[in-house]
Design a protein around this ligand. Sequence first.
Ligand code: SAM
Length: 281
Amino acid sequence: MTAIDTLPPLREVIATHQLSARKSLGQNFLLDLNLTAKIARQAGDLSHCDVLEIGPGPGGLTRGLLAEGARRVLAVEKDGRCIPALAEIADAYPNRLQVIEGDALEVNPLEHLTPPIRVAANLPYNIGTELLVRWLTPKQWPPFWQSLTLMFQREVAERIVALPGTKKYGRLALLAQWRAEPNIVLSLPPGAFTPPPKVSSAVVHLTALPEPRFPADAGMLNKVVAAAFNQRRKMLRSALKSVSPDIEDHLKEAGIPPTERAEQVSLEGFCALARSLEPQI
Ligand code: SAM
């Protein structure tokens, strides 16, 4: 094993700071620094970037990001027990690591970051999807981030990259694929984590596209997609009745048979439907 820095091994850090994993905080730690360096490399060239990390825990991925050359890392951690362990990393990398103790759903990291910005995290599973949706639906596009490199349960990762006609295709896939390019870049078995979770995990890398793949109003697209997949077994003319009384006409204008189900409709089709419903775009 090659040590990526001169800090103590993570098992020792956990013992010294008594960081027994808490399920309520989604704590499944990565203790292999070769693996955290590998995940950090998936985030792309970090040398000119600030990196936002959510949930650094004992700091395995944080160390990977810094060793791989991140200009600065801003780490937001809810568990106060981890802060002294992270302070040791900050000492080893002067002026390159800032730690905020707080809830990632409450903290506004933008006050502390300078573009270009990348996001990298082994996310707590209970807030992972919510954070992803927030990052994919900002008020303005392009977003504050160039790329997101995120660990998810394998099942969620598959929903992000799912294609039409598959069971996992839905709102998350459409949101992720409309204005970003998502790819599963690593798969990890439960045994890669301490303690091991019940399910496998995967790292998804999403690159922000400068422009959406197809024009559409974000609010209308979101509304249509949410309604369509809320009743995914129904034909679209019924599932989308609440969106417009003339939905059959709009579906026809968008080139979508009104008897189609949401699962069969491509991203391009949903964008055409959103444009038909919101013609000023
Ligand atoms: N990055 C570390 C690693 O890879 O070993 C820890 C990953 S662990 C899956 C998730 C981390 O997120 C834990 O350290 C946990 O305390 C933290 N966390 C949980 N909820 C959080 C929240 N709302 N805001 C910030 N951090 C949170």
